[in-house]
Ligand binder design. Sequence first.
Ligand code: PEP
Length: 255
Amino acid sequence: MRKKIVAGNWKMNKTLGDSEELTLEIMEGVHIESPIVVILAPPTPFLHRVKALAFEHKAIKVSAQNCHEKESGAFTGEISVEMLRSLYTDYAIIGHSERRQYYNENDATLQLKIKTLTKWGIRAIYCCGEPLEIREENQQYEYVLDQIRTALFNLTAEEMANVTIAYEPVWAIGTGKTATAEQAEEMHKFIRTTIEGKFGKELADNLSIIYGGSCNPSNAEELFAQNNIDGGLIGGASLKAREFLAIIEAARTNL
Ligand code: PEP
């Protein structure tokens, strides 16, 4: 059975104190035996503290918001996967549209990041999704296929099994504009079929594909009720415990 996941991407928000407070509030609201995998992605300097607080909580995992593809070296300001491993990081979000847009992250590099993450035992949350102009031209399937082909098709089966895919239409991120449940489901189904074609049915059936883009307590339930939507990657609504917990509850009711 594939995992149901609700991940909160805090981006460049929260101080250390805020991060501790939010983590404790979320821990209090999530049952230790929760069947939903809850992932917290705080800013890098607070990863270790958030993990320490949540260490004993079986359902809560922590994620980095990025990592470097190389093992180590002269890359000022970067963080390596081995460093993340030493902080007990469970996941790393890679290829977020903000990193693609502002830091020229591309799919060829993302493939390398997945390989390095797999080597160090950290799961990759690989983000893909089309910008607005592509959706308006109805080219979203070709666009996402191209991203997936470049980033994922040359992985080994072991590396691919280490990936969770987050479909995040860029036009829906932080805009309050959500993809309809039908639009999201269609794309998730397309992604699963594409992965099945390349890596086989068993791997595709076990692949968690989560949705991101203005997901909130009022639309989460309908999105998560779709066959191919296995949870969400949440930005804005993950910064408030009450909203984030309501989204986790929406995932739980749709198990
Ligand atoms: C995101 O940045 O991954 C995201 C989904 O943001 P938001 O929920 O704010 O649209």
